[in-house]
Structures are given as structure tokens and as C-alpha cells.
Design a protein around this ligand. Structure first.
Ligand code: ADP
Ligand code: MG
Length: 481
């Protein structure tokens, strides 16, 4: 059979998959994971081009390759397999899928690879500086935080944006705002940009990573020491400013003013700026509007909790970095059960490796279960009460707990009520009838409806996910206060 026999079937298969994804509200996932172009076919194989080998490995490992194969089989009744070639990179974003921070090497003829990759963690750990002069570590950056060490998974938009900016500081995306809950990799990605630029350009490039709290302390000290001008010069002369956790600018007008002028100066000279925040800008309180507008004047990208496969890949990658290994079912157990954030995932792994060191025994799922019971189950730990949830959610939305429990139906009250019920269902053992009672003596179907409504909204609104994660964190912290 000649070429192009299957082209029409390919188009139809992708069209159908796209409409299935769009109907589920997952149009973005479709764009990311089915980014394959038809190249040619033989009688039992279709060759597609993808942005990079790494991308192909992800497509295979996550089951998207077999999803397309099944769809084609459904349409043609034939068993046709997919193979791939890497297309020469054409745009900044499509060239960024190489996870080691290198530009993809353009091959004159696209190469065809037919081996299947079952293990997505065959990470190429070659570093950026191989053929370059290597510089002493940057004093403000943690060398661990590199693009190579970041497993992007479904956070690959944030990853790609940051990598593109690192390759083209001040030009590709500026400023970048990364937001999302605690422990999800904001600082890691932000510092990866710094490390990448530093390794490329060396110490003559003025890169500053600073947390807002330290920026504030430095400014206050400069007032005390009458060195404000020096402080201003230092920040206004930077090539790269990485300012972490801007939510702590809250109610600090004079620091905000300094930052505003720093921003204007850096913006004029196209210095790269990156900010992180634990919530979407629209939810920042106590920060001047002109500054909020500046933060979000470039590109904003959020980080969310990666899914099971990515959590599994992250654990494998951390083990590889340390030259350690544990049973796959143990890795799988941890990946499945730690669903808070990556910092907790790392902490679990650390605790288990320490256990192995101390006892000299092998880990089993049963042991992990026992050892990690606290970490897995105590975030809510049974001590989270409905009162706390109602109080935190009501405060966040500037309404009262009475409003939350009332029969008022305007959006202003109904939305927070839906969210509070959703969180309560997630964090407590309460059933829907219990929740109906807790929220002003409602029927259990009303509570269930609220829960489902939020579930639906979460499918399309990633900032809602960030807000809910943040509220959950606040609820957990509440009892410590
Ligand atoms: P945040 O600033 O969002 O609170 P961090 O950047 O400090 O989170 O990340 C917490 C820890 O989790 C760090 O040790 C970081 O290296 C690790 N981490 C987070 N996301 C990833 C990821 N996708 N791949 C590998 N490590 C990650
Ligand atoms: Mg951080």
C-alpha cells in the first residue's frame, strides 16, 4: 500500500478525540498531548512528528499513543501502530520540551525512532555547561533547582514558559508570574531560570533571587542606615530579578512603592522579572492596584498538584538523583497516597530512606503504610471541624458564617457556600446529610449539588483549584494558631 492511505483516517481520529476532550472541558490537554502531525504511513504504521523525543516518551507513557491507536482501529477496523520522528524545532515554545534545558539539536533529516519508551524517567542529566566555562555557584541560588531536576508533567506550560524566558531573558516572556499553592515548585522553577541564565552568561549578569520578606528587611535597614539610594541602585541595575512570594507585600505601602519604581526601571531596560505568589493576583489583598497590574502585565501561569503518573515520575527522579532505589510498588503507594504537594512527597521519601538507613531492612508497602500513617492521614487528621472550614471560607470571601449558612441565594453567598461544602466533604468524614445539617439545615441533595457544582467548575477553572488548595492550607494551619 502506498503512502497517505490513512491520512484521512488520521484526521478523523484526531478530530473525534479533540471533540471528546473539548466536551470534557480538557481542550488544553488535547493541545498538549496530541501535538502530533501526520507524516507518512505504510500498511500497518503511521509516522507522526512530535516536538521532541521527551514529548514522545510522555505521550507513550501516559497512554495517549495507545488512545490514538485505538481510535484509528475503531475507525478503520485495522491494527495500525504509531511511530514518530522529531520535527525540527520551529518556535520558542515547541523547542522547549527538551527537559535538560538544551535547545533540541536540529537534525537535517528528521530521525525516526521506533523503540518504545516505557520508562519516562530516562532523564538526560547532561548539564548546560558541558562545553562552557563553569562558574562558581551563584551565592543566591540553590544549584539543585534546575530545569533538569524539574519533572514537568501537566505543569509543562509553566515549565515551558520559564525555560523559554531563561533562553531569551527579558524578551520571550516578561514579567512572568507563577502562582499556586505551597510546595508545588514555584521557587524551584523561578530559581531554574536564574541558574540557567547564570550558567549561560556568568557572574557579569546581575541576577538577584530574593524573598519578599528579605527585600522588606533590606529596605527597612537601608532607611535605618540612610542608604536608601544604594538599595535603590542595587535593585534598579539588575538584569534579572526573581522576587519570591509577593503575597507578603500585603499592607506594606512603602515597600510596595519601592518595588513599583524598581519595576518601572527594570521594565525600561528589559530586565527579566519573575514573581511568585501563593494565589491568583485577583485574590491578592492589601496590594496597590498599580503594582498588581504590573505583576500580571506579562504572562501568568499556575502550578497545580501533578497527577499520579507525574508524582510517580518525580519520586523516581529524586531516587535517581540520590543513586537510590526502592520497590516500584512502594513508589507507587507513596505517589498514590501523598496528594498534598511535592514538598510532602519529598518529605515522605526522605523519611522512608532514613528508615532504610536506620533499620537496614527493605521497605514494603505495609511498612510504608505504618510509617507514613501520620503524613497520609493527619493533614485533616480528624481534627478539622466544620466550624473552622466555615470560618476560613467566610473570611476569605468577606462574608459572615451566618451568611454562609443562610438561605441567601445571590452569587456572593452561594459560591462560597458551594466551595465550603466541597472542602468540608473533602476534608471531613461528614456525609451529605450531615453537611446539609451543618450548612443551615439543608436537604442532603442540596449539599450534593453544591459538591458536584464545584467539581464541574474545577474542570475548567484552574484558578479555582488554586484558591481551594490555598483555603485547605489555611484551614489546616488554622488549628495551629
Ligand atoms: P513552592 O515554592 O511552590 O512552595 P518549591 O519550589 O519550594 O515549592 O518546591 C518544594 C519542593 O518540591 C522542592 O524541593 C522542589 O525541588 C520539589 N518539586 C516541586 N515540584 C517539582 C517537580 N515538578 N519536579 C521535581 N521536584 C519538584
Ligand atoms: Mg517557594
Amino acid at each position: 500500500m502506498g503512502e497517505n492511505n490513512y491520512k484521512a483516517f488520521w484526521d478523523e481520529a484526531l478530530r473525534q478525540i479533540e471533540s471528546e476532550y473539548t466536551a470534557k472541558g480538557e481542550g488544553t490537554n488535547f493541545k498538549i498531548w496530541f501535538n502530533m502531525e501526520y507524516v507518512e504511513d505504510t500498511f500497518d504504521q503511521i509516522t507522526v512528528s512530535v516536538p521532541s523525543e521527551f514529548m514522545w516518551m510522555q505521550i507513550v507513557q501516559r497512554g495517549y499513543k495507545s488512545a490514538v491507536e485505538s481510535k484509528i482501529q475503531e475507525i478503520t477496523g485495522q491494527n495500525i501502530s504509531l511511530t514518530y520522528t522529531v520535527k525540527p524545532s520551529s518556535s520558542v515554545l515547541s523547542s522547549t520540551f527538551s527537559e535538560d534545558g538544551h535547545e533540541e539539536k536540529k537534525s537535517p533529516q528528521p530521525q525516526t525512532y521506533s523503540q518504545s519508551y516505557s520508562n519516562a524517567q530516562t532523564v538526560d542529566t547532561s548539564t548546560q555547561t558541558e562545553e562552557k566555562e563553569s562558574f562558581p555557584p551563584h551565592p543566591l541560588l540553590n544549584q539543585k533547582f534546575t530545569f533538569t531536576n524539574f519533572v514537568s508533567g501537566e505543569n509543562n506550560f509553566a515549565y515551558n514558559v520559564c525555560l523559554a524566558a531563561a533562553k531569551n531573558p527579558g524578551k520571550a516572556y516578561n514579567p512572568i508570574l507563577i502562582y499556586g499553592g505551597v510546595g508545588l515548585g514555584k521557587t524551584h522553577l523561578m530559581q531554574s531560570i536564574g541558574n540557567y541564565i547564570y550558567n549561560e552568561k556568568g557572574p557579569s549578569t546581575k541576577i538577584c533571587y530574593i524573598q519578599v520578606e528579605n527585600f522588606t528587611n533590606e529596605f527597612t535597614a537601608s532607611i535605618r542606615n540612610k542608604t536608601v539610594e544604594k538599595f535603590q541602585q542595587k535593585y534598579r541595575n539588575l538584569d534579572v530579578l526573581l522576587l519570591d512570594d509577593i503575597q507578603f507585600l500585603l499592607d506594606k505601602p512603602s515597600v510596595q512603592e519601592q518595588l513599583f519604581y524598581t519595576f518601572e526601571n527594570l521594565s525600561m531596560k528589559s530586565a527579566q522579572m519573575v514573581f511568585t505568589c501563593d494565589r491568583p493576583i485577583s485574590e491578592l489583598k492589601g496590594i496597590e492596584d498599580r503594582l498588581k497590574t504590573r505583576f500580571s502585565s506579562g504572562i501568568s501561569t499556575d502550578l497545580s498538584l501533578p497527577n499520579y503518573e507525574t508524582r510517580y515520575a518525580i519520586l523516581q527522579s529524586k531516587l535517581e538523583q540520590q543513586g537510590k532505589s526502592i520497590d516500584l510498588d512502594v513508589i507507587s503507594y507513596i505517589a498514590q497516597n501523598v496528594q498534598t504537594n511535592i514538598r510532602d512527597l519529598e518529605a515522605c521519601l526522605k523519611k522512608m530512606l532514613a528508615w532504610v538507613d536506620i533499620t537496614g531492612q527493605n521497605l514494603s508497602v505495609k511498612i510504608v503504610q505504618e510509617q507514613l500513617r501520620d503524613m497520609f492521614y493527619s493533614p485533616s487528621g480528624g481534627t478539622i471541624t466544620i466550624d473552622t472550614i466555615q470560618k476560613v471560607v467566610a473570611d476569605h470571601y468577606n462574608i459572615t458564617v451566618q451568611d454562609l449558612k443562610s438561605k441567601k441565594r445571590d452569587k456572593k453567598y452561594a459560591n462560597p457556600r458551594h466551595i465550603a461544602i466541597y472542602i468540608a466533604r473533602e476534608m471531613t468524614e461528614n456525609s451529605f446529610p450531615d453537611l446539609g445539617n451543618d450548612f443551615g439545615g439543608r436537604d442532603h441533595t442540596t449539599a450534593m449539588h453544591s459538591y458536584e457544582k464545584v467539581e464541574d467548575m474545577l474542570k475548567t477553572d484552574s484558578s479555582l483549584d488554586t484558591t481551594i488548595q490555598m483555603l485547605i492550607r489555611e484551614i489546616k494551619d488554622y488549628k495551629k494558631q
